[in-house]
Ligand binder design. Structure first.
Ligand code: UDX
Length: 473
């Protein structure tokens, strides 16, 4: 317990003032952190559910809020609505030890929290490139009128630059405590499939602030990470907002760069996998995000580069980002090329042909099918007359709900039964480990397109398969 109020951070002084004295409940020592701030996490989708559970795991008392009562009920019951390795155990452990709860009430969240993390989505607007930030506005509109004591609101969502300043002004205007409700921007860089690792051991922490107080609080909250050497970049709002979209734009560019090389390799009978390997030995380039194939999808990279272009346009800096249009175009061309390659293998037409699509998630270790290149290809082949059977070890049910028109198999072998061509479109380990003989025994003809350059071509060719891959002879 702190020995005197002078040493206490302002939020705890406030709580002492409110409650008369600190109770045992108020002072749960978080692991590696000096201060027992109570945290709320507003929006418990992919990012919020992970952040809430991981902050509780660090020892904080956390209240997660979502406007969807069904989602809150599932989370409160320890039933994680998304597939994320390791997260459900953390959720259940912290529900059981009482550090984590969920609610739909903003009033309760405002009363509970010293620090409110905003984790709602910013999807692409329908028919436009720009991001829809209305969920963020809804959070501030709902939370601020209940803020009667000093607190910090921390935005984690990916936003168009300029959003934080606007929300900070709105927060001060709507909160009864006025300037006592401050805003900080702390973008999240987590990858699906590694969300727990990325949240508990991030490779950097970026913090956009307008004054020193939020920085002090955030340093206390992230003490364990900072103590283990995680770099912290403290900056202003616009820079913090831009770091996130710039990072995603860079990653998307790297993927599209190697996929553009794949196009040139296809035209010149070169091998993009060997090209990528050779490039990766240059330390300045590095090998990560240089895997050629079907390209990027998911809930972040595609919509983030589009929203970035839209925002640059509004700011009169559109020329700076016209290259992202090409990055997007290269990425979408890979999907079209995959369909063409599959059609080549069915003799120029899909009519009457059965194709097995292995993978529906936008990447392995995820059940996320948002802007999934695999499903996009499956749907297009079906539209062109092919009989498509999909199998995904985890994203199958999400895929079935979104695309009931496709057929689904119970396993990779089941989906491949009597197929004229097999397409590997999401590189789940179980597909990489497939035995070419076993698969060969169920298909109608041994033809495979490796959309992720994940298989060993020689092994498959040796087993009598006609093996094709994007960007390779
Ligand atoms: C991404 C960013 O990596 C993360 O930092 C950010 O916070 C959110 O967006 P995520 O969407 O989970 O994370 O997926 P990521 O692992 O980045 O993969 C994105 C897509 O690129 C996937 O479809 C993947 O298959 C594809 N990809 C990735 C490639 O095609 N080639 C590569 O070399 C790497």
């Amino acid at each position: 317990m702190p020995s005197c109020q002078e040493d206490m951070p302002w939020v705890l002084k406030e709580r002492v003032k409110d409650a008369g004295t600190l109770s045992a409940m108020d002072w749960v020592e978080p692991k590696g952190s000096a201060v027992a701030y109570r945290l709320t996490v507003l929006g418990t989708g992919y990012l919020g559910a992970t952040h809430a559970a991981c902050m509780a795991e660090l020892g904080f008392e956390v209240l997660g809020l979502d406007v969807d009562p069904a989602k809150v009920a599932r989370l409160q019951a320890g039933d994680l609505p998304i597939h994320e390795p390791g997260l459900e155990e953390i959720l259940r452990r912290n529900l059981a030890n009482g550090r984590l709860r969920f609610t739909t009430s903003y009033e309760e969240a405002a009363a509970f929290g010293d620090v409110h993390f905003v984790c709602v989505g910013t999807p692409q607007k329908k028919g436009e490139y720009a991001a829809d930030v209305s969920y963020l506005d809804a959070v501030i509109d709902s939370l601020a009128p209940h803020l009667t004591r000093e607190c910090l609101v921390v935005g984690k969502s990916t936003v168009p630059v300029g959003t934080a300043q606007r929300l900070a002004d709105k927060l001060t205007r709507l909160a009864p405590v006025g300037e006592g409700a401050e805003l900080a921007w702390n973008p999240e860089f987590l990858r699906e499939g590694f969300a727990v690792e990325d949240t508990l051991h991030p490779d950097r922490i970026v913090l956009g602030v307008r004054s020193e107080k939020p920085e002090k609080i955030m340093r206390e909250i992230y003490t364990s990470m900072l103590d283990s050497g995680t770099p912290l970049v403290v900056t202003d709002y616009p820079t913090a907002e831009l770091v996130k979209v710039a990072a995603n734009a860079f990653l998307a560019t790297k993927i599209s760069f190697i996929n553009a090389m794949a196009e040139v390799c296809e035209a010149s009978h070169a091998d993009v996998r060997q090209l990528s390997l050779a490039l990766s030995y240059d330390d300045r380039i590095g090998g990560r995000f240089l895997n050629p194939g079907l390209g990027f999808g998911g809930g972040c990279l595609p919509k983030d580069i589009r929203a970035f272009m839209a925002r640059a346009g509004e700011l009169g800096a559109d020329q700076a980002l016209t290259f992202l249009r090409e990055v997007d175009a290269i990425n979408m061309r890979r999907r079209a090329r995959m369909v063409d390659l599959a059609r080549e293998l069915t003799g120029g037409s899909f009519t009457g042909c059965r194709l097995a699509v292995l993978g529906a998630a936008f990447k392995p270790n995820s059940d996320d099918i948002r802007d999934s290149p695999a499903l996009d290809v499956a749907v297009n082949i079906r539209r062109q007359g092919g009989r498509v059977t999909v199998y995904d070890p985890v994203a199958q049910e999400n895929a079935r709900r979104a695309h009931p028109e496709l057929n689904y198999g119970d396993s990779a072998l089941d989906a491949a039964r009597d197929a004229h061509v097999v397409l590997l479109l999401t590189e789940w380990q179980e597909f990489v480990d497939l035995d070419p003989e076993e698969l060969g025994a169920v298909v109608a003809s041994r033809k495979i397109v490796d959309g992720r350059n994940a298989l060993d071509a020689e092994t498959w060719r040796a087993a009598g398969w006609h093996y094709r891959a994007l960007g390779r002879p």
